[in-house]
Design a protein around this ligand. Sequence first.
Ligand SMILES: [Zn+2]
Length: 80
Amino acid sequence: MKFLLLLAFFLMLFFYYKIYKKRKLNRKEKIRITEMVKDEVCGVYLPKEEALKVEIEDKVYYFCSQECKDAFLKGRSERA
Ligand SMILES: [Zn+2]
């Protein structure tokens, strides 16, 4: 009976370890997925999901703030 309890204990430890390992892996994947993009105006790099996005002629531009976005759009319209 004691042996069975010990076995159950080790099985539990084993499964906890497996779950722990899996979680650690998921966290690593998340870090890898976080893509950095460049602000076309001030040249700053920031995570893609935090950047402001503008799509012009099938090209996507990223900006750190509304000011940079406005400056870019203004610069484009002045050039055109
Ligand atoms: Zn910027």
